[in-house]
Design a protein around this ligand. Structure first.
Ligand code: ZN
Length: 217
């Protein structure tokens, strides 16, 4: 696909598709900032801003933040100089309404590369339900896919492993439900415009990465 500067990539995919991992890898490979809208919002939560307090109660319930919460935060970030040559959007647009806002705010000459990482629900639930996070170093393991060598202990540092609130089955199911209601139509929105590139997210991360890089070049 022909790329016009700035180099803008929109990564889509359900929660648990490995989208965040791919975003980090792509950002490093391409030398463009990884703009995780989730991280931007969490930063507000961590700093305890008014916006952060609203977001916290929304996210704790496994729901998504409102367009109003998100758009100003995002475009404030995109106005910074490091985004001039391009950027990678992770977690935005999350709704068709946001895709339309983005189209309006971008120059007509700018054509983002839209990549959808596809993973079936069964695998997402399997990945999430067994996910264990180290309290000490943040390392992530999986009780069925990558079981800890010592039960309950991190393979890297020996720290205590726990299930994050985000990975509890009810929260995962709520997030998938919200995804299919609100975010899956974003992929359809881009597909209808002939802009959607599908990548198989069941493959190993390095294979997924190469599939995406092949679309960029
Ligand atoms: Zn650890």
């Amino acid at each position: 696909m022909a790329q016009t500067l700035p180099n803008i990539i929109i990564l889509l995919g359900p929660p648990g598709s490995g989208k965040g991992t791919q975003a980090k890898l792509l950002s490093q490979k391409l030398g463009i900032p990884h703009i995780s809208v989730g991280d931007l919002l969490r930063d507000h939560v961590a700093r305890g801003t008014e916006l952060g307090k609203q977001i916290k109660s929304t996210l704790d319930a496994g729901k998504l933040a409102s367009d109003e919460m998100i758009v100003d935060t995002l475009f404030d970030r995109l106005a910074q100089p490091d985004c001039k040559a391009g950027y990678l959007l992770d977690g935005f647009p999350r709704r068709v309404s946001q895709a339309e806002i983005l189209k309006k705010r971008l120059k007509a000459s700018v054509h983002p590369l839209v990549v959808n990482i596809y993973v079936p629900d069964e695998l997402i639930i399997k990945r999430a339900s067994g996910r264990l996070t180290c309290k000490n170093c943040g390392h992530i393991q999986n009780s069925s896919l990558q079981p800890p060598k010592v039960p309950g202990k991190c393979d890297v540092c020996g720290g205590e492993l726990y299930t994050r609130t985000d990975d509890q089955p009810e929260v995962v199911k709520t997030r998938l439900k919200v995804y299919y209601e609100q975010t899956a139509p974003v992929a359809e929105y881009y597909r209808a415009k002939g802009l959607l590139n599908q990548v198989d997210g069941t493959q190993p991360p390095e294979v997924v990465l190469n599939s995406i890089l092949a679309l960029v070049k």
